[in-house]
Design a protein around this ligand. Structure first.
Ligand SMILES: [Zn+2]
Length: 61
């Protein structure tokens, strides 16, 4: 699959990402729109942005 054969579902520019089950360009707005369309917070990036605790894997020893 060549992602650049697709267009951003939100602004129509060449797609650069496939996130939250949607093709998006590089714009954070479009990525955010994809996330909202998917049904709210779900990605760890968003969780981090909101200041929620990340899951810590206790495997450093
Ligand atoms: Zn876009």
């Amino acid at each position: 699959m060549n992602i650049e054969d697709y267009v951003c579902q939100f602004c129509g520019r060449t797609a650069k990402n496939f996130v939250f089950a949607a093709f998006t360009c590089e714009s954070e707005e479009c990525i955010d729109a994809a996330r909202k369309e998917r049904g709210g917070p779900g990605g760890h990036m968003k969780r981090k942005a909101e200041g929620r605790p990340m899951i810590i894997f206790d495997d450093e020893e």
